[in-house]
Design a protein around this ligand. Sequence first.
Ligand SMILES: [Ca+2]
Length: 413
Amino acid sequence: MKSTILTITSAAVLSILASCNGTTKTTTVNNTPAPQSGQLPNPEMNKKHSPDYQPAFEGQTRIEGARTKTAYQVDVINEKLEKPWGIINLPDGRFLITAKAGYMSILSADGKDVKKIEGFPEVDTKAQGGLLDVALDPDFSNNRMIYWTFSEPVEGGNHTAVGKGKLSQDEKRVENPQVIFRATPTYDGDKHFGSRLVFDKDGNLFVSTGERSDLATRPLAQNTMAYLGKVLKITKEGKAAAGNPFLDNVKYKPEIYSYGHRNPQGLAMDEKGQLWEAEMGPMGGDEVNLIKPGKNYGWGDVTYGLEYSGKKVGAGIQQKAGTEQPVYYWDPSISMSGITFYTGNMEEWKNNLFLGCLSGEKIIRLVIKDNKVVGEEWLLTDQKERFRDVLDGSDGNLYGITDSGKLYRISKK
Ligand SMILES: [Ca+2]
């Protein structure tokens, strides 16, 4: 099997050792000098789409570039996955990885051994749809329950749905799969399904949903009787979680935790138990948000991005009373997907937020202090890969999966 090893030294020289048929090739692919004090993380950030838009506070965008000092190694430990979308660890350190096509795989910790799990409900795989994220029941060791999101094909189109089922003892099937939640209204589209799953400390499930992209559905992100463009909090049975902010308000669906989101493909809990979300903006305006119960995050009225045509979104508002500002935003877009906080072996990365980027083709590291971004670093830019999800591995390493089917391991050297 072909294996690729990249080494990053403390002098910030990155080299590839590609071993193929017994020959080893070493190539220096990145010797960009560390950003000087006050410099942006990357010169590409100079191409703003909306130069007139001003941040709401200092440090909300275009923060100073950061540079990792500790040496680390990058390995591709599998490169034959079929369009993976979500990755988590099983309690024994193996990986559970979703395939957009509608199944999951279990990979050994070294990435070499792959077992397929089938028996999932039908998914709509058009464009951005498919079997999407996965989460383990906090009590998985006893009940073997797994939860997943997917685009469910139904009459009239599709919607983001949450399924659950039991992993069979032989790990080949999901038993008694059930759909516990449907983010209606159904729409005949193929974009912006969200979606990520994160359990809270009480065993309830956060679910993020997209607003389905089209102008026809965009206003539903602000419609509190629709489930599109939301962060929801549900029980393991798919009901509104106790303590949700709108349980007693008939103008809101009781499962809603926050609203006004565009296409949130990133959700992660930090070490204090705070929920963070990342959502793609249109042309510019990709956001990282700190999610608070009952709050409105602005989309599709308030954004630092522009329509893909270059026109303003709506009235072209970036700040509005009654809406939450992003903790951080990007213009130009970095197009993030999955995110994770790091708790691993690289001391200087502890509690940093890592974001897998799609068209941005990199992993971004954000240094966060007192809920403000104080540094940003672009990692693996030379790989030219669309990173769909990142994982804070239970073995202390960082992992990433790509649309091209690779599983990356980033470990301390
Ligand atoms: Ca927003």
